[in-house]
Design a protein around this ligand. Structure first.
Ligand SMILES: Cc1ncc(COP(=O)(O)O)c(C=O)c1O
Length: 466
C-alpha cells in the first residue's frame, strides 16, 4: 500500500469531512496532501494538483508563501495568542489601523471573530443591538437575497437562501425577508447587466418600503453570490441599495467574506459602487488563507451606540476564545504588505484578462449557458439545453464528474452543481491559467457528452461540491 492509500485509510476511520457525503469515498479516494508550494498542492506520491479554488477561496499568495511563513514564524517566537478582553497586542492594533485605511471611508471600528460565519453572526447581532440601544427594539428582522450565502451557523444560515444548506435545519432557523436575486444570468436576451440589476432592485425597494419599521438590516454578498454558483450582478444594485437603506433607516451589511481582498478586481467589491456599508464582514483572504480569522468593520455611529456605563447594559455581547489571534494577525499583516509592495491589484488585471481570453471559446459551446467573470472570479454555467436553458438533472452529478476528470489531470476544480468556477491564488502564472482552463474545457467537453444513464450513482442524493 502506498503512503497516499495508507493515510486515506486512516483518515476515513475517524475524520468526518465537511460538505461531503462520506459514502462517496467508498468509490472516490480522498486526496492526502503532503505539501503546498505556490498554486500547487502535492500528495505523498509526488502527484501535483493546481489549486484552482484557492482551497475554498481563502488562499491569496500561494501555499507556503515565504514572506507570510516568515512573518508567522517570527510572531510564533514572540506571542502566539493572548486574551483580547482587557489585553491587546501590536499585530492586532496595526492590522486594525491598516484595515481602516484600506476599507471604504467611515469604517473605523474593527470587531474580530475567527471564521466567516462568526462575522455575519456578529454583524446581525450588532445591527439588532444597535436599534435596541437607540430606542427601536421593534426592529428584529433582516432582508437577505435569494441565492445568498452567509455561513452555516444558525444565525447566518437564517439569512442564507440555499435550500440544500438551510432546508434540513429550518426548524432551528428564524424567518426573514428574501428579495429576488439580481443574478444577471437571468437577464433577458439583449438586456444589459445594469438594466437587469436595476429592474431587480424594484422588489427590494418594495420590501424596504413595506417592512423598514421592523427591519434591522439588509445583508448581501456584493457583486458575486459565491456559493449559489458565482452568480454575478452590476454594482448599480449596491448603489441603489445604499441610498434606499439610508432613506428607510435600515443598515446595510456587506458580506465580503468571499469577495474581499481583491477578488472582484478592487480591494473591496463595495468600492465599485462607491459605497460604504454600515457593516463590512471580512474573512477568508484576510489572512491570505493561513489561519482562521474574521473581522466586522463598522462606523463610529454604531460604535457610539454601544458606549456607556456598565450598568446601562448597552455593551456588545459576543466573544470567541481565539478573537484577534496574534499569529493570524501577523499573517494578515504580511498579506497586506504583499498587496502594497507588489502592485497586486494592477497585476491581477492582467491575469484576469488572461482568464477571459482562455475562457472565451467556451461561450459558444452548445452546453454552456454563460461564461461570466468579475475580476479574478470566473465561472462557466453548463446547461442541458442552451435554447430552453434547461439545467442538467442534479442526479447526473456532472459537476462531480468534472471534479474527478480534472483531478486525474492535476487540477483541483470543485464545480457547484453545474457551474465550473475558477478562483485561483494571485500567484498563478498565465501558463498555469491556460493549463487550468484547458483541463476544465476538456472535462466539460467530455462530461456533457456522457449519456445521463451512464453516470454512476444517478439515484443517490447529491454530494455538495462548492
Ligand atoms: C459570502 C460568505 N459568507 C460567509 C461564509 C462563511 O464563512 P466560513 O466558512 O468561514 O464560516 C462564506 C463561506 O464560504 C461565504 O462565501
Amino acid at each position: 500500500m502506498n503512503k497516499n492509500d495508507a493515510i486515506a485509510r486512516r483518515d476515513l476511520k475517524h475524520v468526518w469531512h465537511p460538505c461531503t457525503q462520506m459514502q462517496d469515498h467508498e468509490r472516490l479516494p480522498i486526496v492526502p496532501i503532503q505539501s503546498g508550494q505556490g498554486v500547487w498542492l502535492q500528495d505523498f506520491e509526488g502527484k501535483r494538483y493546481l489549486d484552482a479554488v484557492s482551497s475554498w477561496w481563502v488562499n491569496l499568495f500561494g501555499h507556503a508563501n515565504p514572506r507570510i511563513n516568515n512573518a508567522v514564524k517570527k510572531q510564533l517566537d514572540t506571542l502566539e495568542h493572548v486574551i483580547l478582553a482587557g489585553f491587546t497586542h501590536e499585530p492586532i492594533v496595526e492590522l486594525s489601523e491598516r484595515l481602516v485605511t484600506l476599507a471604504p471611508p467611515g469604517l473605523t471600528r474593527c470587531f474580530y471573530g475567527d471564521n466567516g460565519s462568526a462575522a455575519t453572526e456578529i454583524a446581525l447581532k450588532m445591527s439588532l443591538h444597535f436599534w435596541r440601544n437607540t430606542g427601536k427594539p421593534e426592529k428584529t428582522r433582516f432582508i437577505c437575497l435569494e441565492n445568498g450565502y452567509h455561513g452555516e451557523t444558525l444565525g447566518s444560515l437564517s439569512v442564507t437562501d440555499i435550500p440544500l444548506f438551510s432546508a434540513t435545519y429550518a426548524p432551528l432557523l428564524k424567518e426573514h425577508f428574501r428579495a429576488p436575486s439580481p443574478d444577471c444570468s437571468k437577464r433577458d436576451e439583449g438586456e444589459s447587466w445594469e438594466a437587469y440589476s436595476r429592474r431587480q432592485f424594484d422588489a427590494m425597494e418594495k420590501l424596504l418600503e413595506q417592512h423598514h419599521g421592523e427591519v434591522c438590516a439588509v445583508i448581501l454578498e456584493p457583486l458575486v453570490q459565491g456559493a449559489a454558483g458565482m452568480k454575478m450582478y452590476h454594482p448599480v444594485y449596491l448603489t441603489l441599495l445604499r441610498e434606499a437603506c439610508g432613506r428607510y433607516g435600515v443598515h446595510l451589511i456587506a458580506d465580503e467574506i468571499a469577495v474581499g481582498f481583491g477578488r472582484t478586481g478592487t480591494m473591496f467589491a463595495c468600492e465599485q459602487a462607491g459605497i460604504t456599508p454600515d457593516f463590512l464582514c471580512l474573512s477568508k483572504g484576510l489572512t491570505a488563507g493561513y489561519l482562521p480569522m474574521s473581522v466586522v468593520m463598522t462606523t463610529e455611529t454604531v460604535y457610539e451606540a454601544f458606549y456607556g456605563s456598565y450598568e446601562s447594559l448597552k455593551g456588545f455581547l459576543h466573544s470567541h476564545s481565539y478573537t484577534g489571534n496574534a499569529l493570524a494577525a501577523s499573517a494578515a499583516l504580511a498579506s497586506l504588505d504583499i498587496f502594497a509592495s507588489d502592485n497586486i491589484l494592477e497585476k491581477n488585471r492582467e491575469l484576469a484578462r488572461t482568464m477571459a481570453d482562455a475562457l472565451a471559446p467556451l461561450a459558444s459551446h452548445p452546453h454552456v449557458l454563460e461564461v461570466r467573470q468579475t475580476g479574478m472570479i470566473a465561472a462557466v454555467e453548463l446547461v442541458q439545453d442552451k435554447k430552453t436553458r434547461a439545467a442538467f438533472d442534479w442526479r447526473e452529478r456532472r459537476g462531480l464528474q468534472i471534479f474527478e476528470h480534472a483531478l486525474a489531470k492535476g487540477v483541483l476544480l470543485r464545480p457547484i452543481g453545474n457551474v465550473v468556477y475558477f478562483i485561483p491564488p494571485y500567484v498563478i502564472t498565465p501558463d498555469e491559467i491556460r493549463l487550468m482552463i484547458g483541463v476544465a474545457t476538456e472535462a466539460i467537453d467530455r462530461i456533457v457528452h456522457v449519456p445521463a444513464h451512464a453516470t454512476p450513482h444517478a439515484n443517490e442524493k447529491p454530494v455538495v461540491l462548492p
